[in-house]
Design a binder for this molecule. Structure first.
Ligand SMILES: [Fe+2]
Length: 271
């Protein structure tokens, strides 16, 4: 039986790899990424199920699914303005992804599917720091939060619960990691300045994570609340999806810088 052994969440700031390469060991986000990386290395996962929001790299308004799973053999990074990092290719876990897609449909989660994806900064910036060898296959699951209306946080939470059930029922021995990508409060491109963030909201979310009240986050993260926290603050949906799979486990690591939260959960004992 497969098992979820760890979960983690980080932002995906596109210029962070270049900033860190110019000032190694000097930036707090690098230190926080390292905290997460050390925990992931200890957990030794065989596959990472990545929850992310597509940033108009794989989808556009002509066809933007609410949810989509990448059923892929492999994929490569795609060049993005402002994101200078090495070109990577990464394997997918196609067999498990196809089974997860099937299980989702049976559970009334009508995921779209993509058999080819381009790997964007939302996936590759966290992995650049956390799995620099790029040797762990991924299963990407996208939500359409950047092209509102977004799926609800409660629906994302339920999706996470379904993913946990799938992993526990999966006839394999994979050690599974879950990754949430994105910020809790952030505005990109204005009208508010990118340095602005909704500090009370970030503290509320952090406080709920600290005590394991994940349904509390999902309840409070209404569309209105997330829009008020910034025009990309819907990325919290990736976190609420992971929350649904945690079965109430408390975080092993939790920190933040401005609107970005970094967290990791040790789920080795089955919690
Ligand atoms: Fe983003």
């Amino acid at each position: 039986m497969a098992k979820i052994v760890t979960a983690f969440g980080t932002p995906h700031t596109p210029f962070l790899p270049e900033q860190v390469s110019k000032a190694p060991g000097q930036l707090k986000p690098e230190a926080m990424m390292n905290e997460v990386r050390q925990r992931l290395e200890k957990a030794k996962p065989d596959v990472i199920i990545v929850f992310t929001s597509d940033h108009f790299v794989n989808f556009f308004y002509d066809h933007f699914p609410a949810f989509c799973i990448g059923v892929i053999d492999e994929a490569e990074t795609t060049p993005e303005t402002g994101c200078n990092m090495p070109h990577y290719s990464l394997r997918g876990h196609k067999k498990m992804a196809a089974a997860l897609h099937r299980a989702a449909l049976k559970s009334n989660f009508d995921l779209a599917t993509a058999q080819e994806v381009k790997l964007e900064h939302t996936i590759m910036v966290p992995l650049h720091f956390i799995t620099p060898d790029m040797n762990i296959p991924i299963i990407p699951i996208y939500n359409g939060g950047l092209a509102p209306p977004a799926p609800s946080a409660r629906r994302c939470y339920s999706l996470g619960r379904m993913v946990r059930r799938f992993v526990e029922d999966w006839d394999g021995d994979e050690r599974v990691a879950l990754m949430a990508s994105g910020s809790v409060s952030l505005e990109v491109g204005g009208p508010r300045d990118t340095s602005w963030f909704d500090e009370p909201w970030v503290e509320t979310v952090k406080g709920l994570i600290r005590k394991g009240d994940y349904q509390g986050v999902a309840r409070r993260a209404t569309e209105q609340k997330m829009l008020a926290a910034g025009n990309v603050a819907h990325e919290l949906l990736n976190w609420t999806t992971v929350f649904g799979a945690l079965d109430g486990a408390l975080p092993d690591y939790l920190d933040s810088q401005r609107g970005s939260v970094f967290a990791a959960w040790d789920l080795e004992d089955g919690r």
